[in-house]
Design a protein around this ligand. Sequence first.
Ligand code: CAP
Ligand code: MG
Length: 412
Amino acid sequence: MNSYSYMALGEELDKDAYVITKYRVSTDLPIEKAAEAIAAEQSTGTWTGISTLNDDVFSKYAAKVTAIDGDMVTIAYPEEDFSIRVGAVPQILSVISGNLYGLGALKGVRLEDVEFPKGILRQYKGPKFGDKGLREILHHPEKPLVGTIVKPKIGLSPEDTAKYIYEAGSGGLTNGKDDETLVDQVFCPIEARTKAVAEALDRLREEGHHMVHAINISTNGQDIRELAEDVQSWGATQLMVDVITCGYGAVQAVAEDPKIKIPVHVHRTMHAAMTKDPYNGIAMRVIAKLVRMCGGDALHIGTLGVGKMEGAIAEGKANQDACQSDDVPFKKVMPVCSGGMFPGIVPKVVEAAGNNVQIQAGGGVAGHPEGVRAGAKAMCQAIDSAFEGIPIEEYAKTHHELQLALDRWGTK
Ligand code: CAP
Ligand code: MG
């Protein structure tokens, strides 16, 4: 029986013929052996030599270990290993991010990055609107977008949700969204909520303020497109899909539906089950690249070292880069910084992320001592202070709502 080696250290590869991945590997084995085990399992091999593998199959379809740097391993998969039109992201993930996690020889493995060849990228459409499209809809060309998540997450009626959004818009916010656990519960049916919020947004528009609100349509695969179309027909201005719980196919189905003419906000609830462990799982930047391919217009990327959720600045920047880089033929995704945000920490996020972000706060708006409208104003004032480069404490001296927010939550 032939025995095949998957090692190709230093081999110069045509980047347009391979999907190139990077894994951080923890193992008691020599790292070369562990890397080979991944390349074999995920392409033409298994745990033992097999009589059915021949030179022809191996030379065309075997993955190659092309670099090892400490615990970081580069593996290149031939483009022919992928099945995009039928198969798509589920098939991509089962190659680059599949059985390998279960290999007993590995203590941990984390997919850190992936680069796709043009031939695969060409089969995706990317966002319909992207960051610029969203800004055009909002008539908000330069400053960070500033949003809220209706809080409490669950329990408000459609009317109370609409009132919240009207107050938030009156205070200057550009974006509202449902929370990830709200879809169509009895206390807040999706049709009534969508219609009530649409009325509130119409009123704001008549008063000269443009705002969108993402309605959470996360549901079963067989229903999501129809629900998206219904929600749009009830007056929704944006849709929200939870990508990890619904799947990439759900984002793609909605974004590529020719009848859908509104942007798709992508939430990442449950991502931390995969992204949080630095030695096991999948890096958020990989998820961001796939969301961009599948057509998400806005995506949560973390709060760059501040806020309530885990995530360092470097990781947030890598996620932002995956949303915004020029090396793929897609529109750019609006990066969303969310989770424990409040006015006092807005300047730190803007300093780290720049102005092309959407910053949003749920508790940091609804928890303002003077209510939602004042909370929205305080968030906008915080953005303005960062945009104009005026220290936030200084700016607060002449902006009452911001001062109250700083008094309540501080700047750390
Ligand atoms: C934020 C939020 C978002 C998180 C998710 C929440 O609310 O609505 O779901 O941002 O985290 O429920 O926590 P607060 P991430 O502003 O009240 O914290 O964006 O990191 O995926
Ligand atoms: Mg939430």
